[in-house]
Ligand binder design. Structure first.
Ligand SMILES: Nc1ncnc2c1ncn2[C@@H]1O[C@H](COP(=O)(O)OP(=O)(O)OP(=O)(O)O)[C@@H](O)[C@H]1O
Length: 272
């Protein structure tokens, strides 16, 4: 069944879309992972990308950042085919990083400036200012001389966010930036993302926290190798679409503007 999405041009009324994914099919080693994905993201949107493990969220981010080419269809960033570009930053899941590497918090955040520096230029006063500002934005300035390996998981998340901010990107792609962090840090990171988007940056965030996405994000993309839905959380967080996304029986409870999702045993009355 084809799900109605907000891709139709009439739905993108606030501004020109900054990211257009149009009938994208791609994958690895001739095995497709994403098939026929289409959606368009307006500038300033905060988009939650929701789906099961292996559903293709990271693969979609790699296609948007230009690391994975479309087999069919297009990915357009600001109207041109996606390619690695300092105006976009991708923050992978932090548990994918080797923490034994002996670098300080400051060094990690300065790495965010390298795509802007080019080959030969050394960091200058403005780069140092931007690093300092990014550390302040994530409230990690007091940790600047600490080795990254000595930080907690939540502190590392903040540092990686600071590295992304130091790059001054207009598009941020974040892979589960709040996994394993405590509730105040989670709240803080989402607040910062809201602020960045209200300033005109665009963020796509893979998250397993449906309640938080429902409350704070402007759009949701439901992804399970195919696109199940794209639009505002109010329209997209329905029991039917969530069940199709996760191939399971989920009970969706709404409490004010909160969404609580509970897995229920199969009762036979609901077909997948
Ligand atoms: N480099 C790769 N080479 C081959 N297959 C890959 C590669 N990266 C991912 N895959 C496969 O692509 C599929 C989608 O993976 P992807 O990492 O995009 O999912 P995800 O939605 O981000 O999952 P998770 O929620 O677990 O992070 C999986 O079946 C995975 O095994």
């Amino acid at each position: 069944m084809q799900v109605q999405t907000e891709l139709q041009p009439s739905a993108v009324t606030t501004s020109e879309p900054v990211i257009v994914v149009d009938r994208l099919t791609t994958g690895y080693h001739r095995q497709p992972v994403l098939e026929e994905i289409s959606f368009a993201v307006p500038r300033g949107a905060l988009v939650g990308v929701i789906g099961p493990n292996g559903g293709g969220k990271s693969t979609l981010f790699r296609a948007i950042i230009g690391l994975l080419k479309p087999w069919r269809g297009n990915v357009l960033i600001g109207g041109v085919p996606a390619r690695p570009n300092p105006d976009m930053t991708y923050v992978p899941q932090t548990d994918m990083v080797d923490w034994v590497f002996p670098v300080t918090v400051w060094d990690v955040v300065m790495m965010g400036r390298y795509p802007r520096l080019g080959f030969l230029r050394r960091p200058g006063a403005r780069d140092r200012e931007l690093v300092e500002h990014a550390l302040e934005q994530v409230r990690m300035q007091d940790y600047r001389h600490k080795p990254i390996g000595a930080l907690s998981g939540g502190q590392r998340q903040r540092v990686f966010l600071a590295r992304a901010l130091a790059q001054e990107p207009s598009i941020l792609l974040l892979d589960e930036p709040v996994s394993g962090v405590d509730a105040p840090t989670q709240h803080f990171i989402f607040e910062l993302l809201e602020e960045l988007c209200s300033e005109g940056r665009t963020a796509l965030v893979a998250s397993h926290d449906l309640s938080c996405v429902a409350q704070r994000f402007s759009q949701v993309l439901l992804l399970n190798r195919r696109m199940i839905g794209f639009g505002s959380p109010e329209r997209i967080f329905t029991q039917e679409l969530l069940n199709r996304t996760f191939d399971s029986h989920l009970l969706l409870l709404r409490y004010g503007d909160r969404v609580i999702v509970v897995e229920t045993p199969e009762n036979g009355s609901h077909a997948h």
